[in-house]
Ligand binder design. Structure first.
Ligand SMILES: NC(=O)c1ccc[n+]([C@@H]2O[C@H](COP(=O)([O-])OP(=O)(O)OC[C@H]3O[C@@H](n4cnc5c(N)ncnc54)[C@H](OP(=O)(O)O)[C@@H]3O)[C@@H](O)[C@H]2O)c1
Length: 315
C-alpha cells in the first residue's frame, strides 16, 4: 500500500544532521504525522523500550537516521562504543519495525562501508571486495551489518527495507566540535575562528591531496523522500553529489567563504585517511534523482546558518 500524507512516519535521530533535514523534507512534501523521540525519551540501544514504542505507536514507515557518528579521532579512540551502539540501534529498530508491521524502512549507511582502495568512482558492487579504512572500520562493520540485515529481512520475511549509502554530508545542524566532527564542519569553524582572531595562518591536517565528495544534507533528505516513495528493492543505493574536490581546494573555498585572508598550510605528519572517495551515483540517476545545490552555494548557506546559530551550535 503506498504511503499517504497522513501516514505515521517515525524519523529516528530527528535532532541530528540527517534526521532534522529529513523532517524538513517530509514536512515540505506534505507528510504531517511524524513520530519523533529524542535520545533521552527513547534510547534505541534499549531493546525493550524500542519494542514497546513500536507496539504502542505503530508507525507505517521508518527513516533510521539515528546512529553514533563521529570523525576519525572519535572512531579511533572509541572502537567498542561505535561498534556496539550502532549494532544495537539498527538491530532493535529494524527488528521492531518488522515485528510491528511497518510497511517501509529506510536505513542510512555510509560511504565508509566500501574498501579503502576501491576503484573510483565507487560502485555499489564493490562492497566487501577488499579491506576497510582502519580508522573507521568499527563503524563501517556495523553499517555493513545494518544493510545486510535489511537485505536478510527482505529475503526471509518480505520486509520492505531499503538501504542508502550517502557520501560525506554537511549543512545546517552539523556537529562543529573540533575533536568529533567531520572535515567540512571542522574546517568551517577553524577558518571562521581564525578570521575572528586575525590568525596569520591556518594549518590543515594531512597533505591536502586526498579527494572527497560532499553532499548538502537537504539534497540527501530530498533523495531519502524520493526513494521512500519510489524504490522497493534489495540493492543498496549510493547517494552522492557526483564530483569530488581535494582537501586543499576545500580549505581554500572555506577561506573564501569565511573571509579569512591569512595563509593556508598543511601538516603532512597527520594522517590523510583514504586517498579518494567518490561515489558512483549512476544507479540513483537511473532511478530519476539528481542533487541540486552546488558546493559553494551549500557552504555559503551552511556558513550563514553557523553564524546565526553559533551560540546554539554543538561547539
Ligand atoms: N554526517 C555525515 O557526513 C554522514 C555521511 C554518511 C552517512 N551518514 C549517516 O546518517 C545517519 C545520521 O548521521 P548524522 O550525521 O545525522 O548524525 P548526528 O548528527 O550525530 O545525529 C545522530 C542522531 O542519532 C541520535 N542517537 C544516537 N544514539 C542514539 C540512541 N542510542 N538512541 C536514540 N537516538 C540516538 C542522536 O541523538 P543525541 O545527539 O541526543 O545522542 C542524534 O540525534 C548515520 O547513520 C550516518 O551513518 C552521515
Amino acid at each position: 500500500m503506498p504511503l499517504k500524507f497522513d501516514s505515521r512516519i517515525y524519523v529516528a535521530g530527528h535532532r541530528g544532521l540527517v534526521g532534522s533535514a529529513v523532517v524538513r523534507a517530509l514536512e515540505q512534501r506534505g507528510y504531517h504525522e511524524l513520530l519523533l523521540r529524542t535520545h533521552a525519551e527513547l534510547d534505541l540501544t534499549e531493546q525493550a523500550a524500542v519494542r514497546e514504542f513500536f507496539d504502542r505507536e505503530r508507525p507505517e514507515a521508518v527513516i533510521l537516521a539515528a546512529a553514533r557518528v563521529g570523525g576519525i579521532q572519535a572512531n579511533n579512540t572509541r572502537p567498542a562504543l561505535f561498534l556496539r551502539d550502532n549494532l544495537l540501534i539498527q538491530d532493535h529498530v529494524i527488528d521492531a519495525a518488522h515485528r510491528s508491521g511497518v510497511q517501509k524502512l529506510v536505513f542510512l549507511g555510509s560511504s565508509c562501508i566500501y574498501p579503502k582502495l576501491a576503484p573510483q568512482p565507487i560502485k555499489e558492487d564493490y562492497l566487501l571486495t577488499g579491506p576497510l579504512e582502519p580508522t573507521n572500520e568499527w563503524y563501517a562493520i556495523a553499517k555493513i551489518a545494518g544493510l545486510k540485515m535489511c537485505q536478510a529481512y527482505r529475503r526471509e520475511f518480505g520486509f520492505n527495507a531499503i538501504s542508502l549509502m550517502p557520501t560525506n554530508l554537511y549543512g545546517p545542524g552539523d556537529n562543529f566540535d573540533l575533536q568529533n566532527s567531520h572535515v567540512l564542519p571542522a574546517l568551517l569553524r577553524r577558518f571562521h575562528e581564525a578570521r575572528l582572531r586575525g590568525d596569520a595562518s591556518v594549518t590543515v591536517w594531512g597533505t591536502g591531496t586526498p579527494r572527497r565528495e560532499f553532499l548538502h544534507v537537504d539534497d540527501l533528505a530530498s533523495a531519502v523522500v524520493y526513494l521512500l516513495e519510489t524504490y522497493d528493492a534489495e540493492p543498496i543505493v549510493n547517494v552522492g553529489w557526483g564530483e569530488d574536490v581535494t582537501i586543499r581546494e576545500l580549505a581554500h573555498l572555506m577561506a573564501e567563504v569565511t573571509g579569512y585572508r591569512g595563509d593556508v598550510l598543511f601538516d603532512p605528519s597527520k594522517p590523510d585517511g583514504t586517498p579518494r572517495k567518490l561515489l558512483d551515483t549512476s544507479r540513483l540517476s537511473a532511478l530519476g534523482w539528481r542533487p541540486s545545490l552546488s558546493l559553494r552555494d551549500g557552504i555559503e548557506q551552511t556558513y550563514a546558518w553557523f553564524q546565526a546559530h553559533v551560540a546554539g551550535a554543538r561547539l
